[in-house]
Ligand binder design. Structure first.
Ligand SMILES: Nc1ncnc2c1ncn2[C@@H]1O[C@H](COP(=O)(O)OP(=O)(O)OP(=O)(O)O)[C@@H](O)[C@H]1O
Ligand SMILES: [Mg+2]
Length: 487
């Protein structure tokens, strides 16, 4: 059976309870990136000496007995879509299953109109139900295509179905919309909006580039010197021209466009204006250090200590082990397994020259975005509902809040966007799965033309109108035309 390559994400501790025998029951909310479902999980019998492990999300993400039990439960249907919470032992035995809708941990997610983004260009929008899912690349990142009736193109759809995604998608759309003409930045194609009447922006698309990231292809695709130089160029343009630090320059965020054979930087969800990050690694220096480390790693295959990236580039304090120390060790010797199109030394020299050029450039020492010749100006945050708009929703401190649960949204008559989709193992490949998570041929009886169609429509309309508390209607009339075209 085909398994999803990624799975659980956003495992957040809610609560822990100490029992008489000294063990703990620890409560989490777990997101399954494959089915896009949330589960309340109580892990029982956690020994106190293990609690340190629970403090970091990453430790928990790697905790396989629980994950495999839950993954297997979801895949087998034992934890079907109506299951809202489970109790599981530390060793991964599922003890109990709850279907109580009142215990549903699914968050409410806030989306805003395309206009609210205030983008400099008139961006094409596409509704979520006009995109067909082709594959799942990462949590909240899918490969999709537009319907066969239009110019079919493979796209990557990045979206959010949780509140943590709000700043990530807001910022990435803002940066990409402004950088889209750059030859080494992934261009943005569409804003993706909900199919319902509110048309909130749930994400965006970019072209899908085949061939994998530099990370995925490092053992098969020679790393060209010109790509190293293009990387230096795009980092300079971001840092010096626009006053932005990408902050996540890594192999997995670098693609090659096969059409142009050029390097393309992706993943601007954590890019920030320089001077607005508050640690040592603030400035473009962080990106510079990342470039040096990743090029060195590709060339010499020495294991990368990512700590280097967060040390100050100018302060080579780790006894020559800092980022610049990498450049001072010479000559660079290519690892026998490294695939390169130039001698190893050429890569080192290119980096050394680059660093010297940067230091001779007065812009290198600007540490605030406002000093950049082409700074971008847009609101740092997505507009959020006002306290007045959410006055009927309070958090545990009884304060009106916008960060609330889906079940409370439904209770108070708010429309919600549904994201649940079949597990990878259960996918029916003979059917077309839309980016909504629904098969295209679901509910065909409702949409087909012919006798009684008017009556069916009226009845359905009435049902929707009556059900003020219901899930937002997910199917747009366009789907009917897709069906007719045989999509
Ligand atoms: N345009 C694209 N073409 C092909 N593959 C892509 C594209 N965009 C993203 N991917 C693949 O999907 C992965 C995740 O995409 P991206 O880095 O944008 O998302 P992310 O959730 O911010 O990732 P992370 O936080 O893990 O870096 C990438 O590492 C890459 O393998
Ligand atoms: Mg990434």
């Amino acid at each position: 059976m085909e398994q999803a390559e990624f799975r659980f994400f956003g495992f957040k501790e809610k609560d822990r309870r100490i029992l008489a025998d000294g063990t703990l029951n620890v409560k989490f909310t777990l997101y399954d990136g494959d089915t896009r479902r949330w589960l309340g999980v109580t892990v029982v019998g956690v020994h106190r000496t293990m609690t340190d492990e629970w403090n970091g999300t990453s430790a928990v993400i790697g905790w396989t007995p629980i994950h495999s039990a839950l993954g297997a439960g979801i895949d087998s249907g034992r934890l079907g879509p109506d299951v809202t919470a489970v109790e599981v032992t530390f060793g991964g035995t599922i003890l109990s299953i709850s279907r109580d809708a009142g215990g549903d941990a699914t968050p409410y997610v806030h989306y805003v109109s395309a206009d609210s983004y205030g983008l400099p260009l008139d961006m094409e929008t596409v509704a979520r139900d006009q995109l067909v899912e082709l594959g799942r690349l990462a949590p909240w990142v899918d490969m999709v295509t537009t319907p066969p009736s239009t110019r079919s193109e493979k796209l990557v759809f990045k979206y959010y179905s949780d509140t943590d995604g709000i700043p990530r998608v807001w910022l990435e759309v803002q940066w990409l919309a402004r950088l889209s003409g750059h030859p080494h930045v992934m261009p943005i194609r569409h804003l993706v909006v909900e199919e319902g009447p509110e048309r909130g922006v749930v994400g965006f698309t970019v072209p899908f580039l085949p061939g994998g990231s530099l990370e995925a292809s490092r053992t098969t695709r020679p790393f060209k010197l010109k790509w190293a130089k293009q990387l230096m160029q795009v980092v300079d343009d971001l840092n010096l021209q626009h006053g932005i630090a990408h902050t996540d320059v890594r192999l997995r965020n670098i693609m090659i466009d096969p059409a142009t054979d050029n390097l393309v930087l992706i993943d601007f969800g954590t890019a920030a204006r320089q001077g607005e990050l508050n640690d040592l690694a603030i400035q473009g220096n962080r990106d510079v250090a990342s470039v040096i480390v990743l090029v060195e790693e590709l060339v010499t295959r020495s294991p990368t200590d990512t700590e280097w990236v967060t040390t100050d580039l100018h302060c080579d304090h780790l006894n020559g082990q800092g980022t610049e120390g990498l450049l001072q060790r010479r000559p660079w010797i290519a690892d026998p397994d490294a695939l390169l199109d130039h001698p190893a030394e050429d890569y080192r020299v290119a980096l050394v020259d680059w660093l010297a050029r940067r230091r001779a450039d007065p812009r290198h020492y600007h540490d605030h975005a406002d000093d950049a010749p082409q700074a971008f100006d847009f609101p740092d945050h997505m507009p959020m509902p006002t306290a007045e708009e959410v006055r009927d929703l309070v958090n545990e401190q009884e304060v009106p809040c916008w960060n609330f649960l889906r079940r409370d949204a439904v209770r108070t008559g708010r429309a919600v966007v549904d994201w649940v989709r079949p597990a990878t193992v259960a996918l029916d490949r003979s059917r077309t799965l839309l980016a909504t998570g629904e098969y295209l041929d679901d509910d065909t009886a409702d949409e087909t033309e012919g006798p009684g169609q008017e009556a069916r429509r009226a009845a359905k309309g009435e049902k929707v109108a009556k059900n003020q508390r219901g899930v937002r209607k997910r199917r747009s009339p366009r789907v009917a035309s897709l069906l007719k075209k045989g999509g």
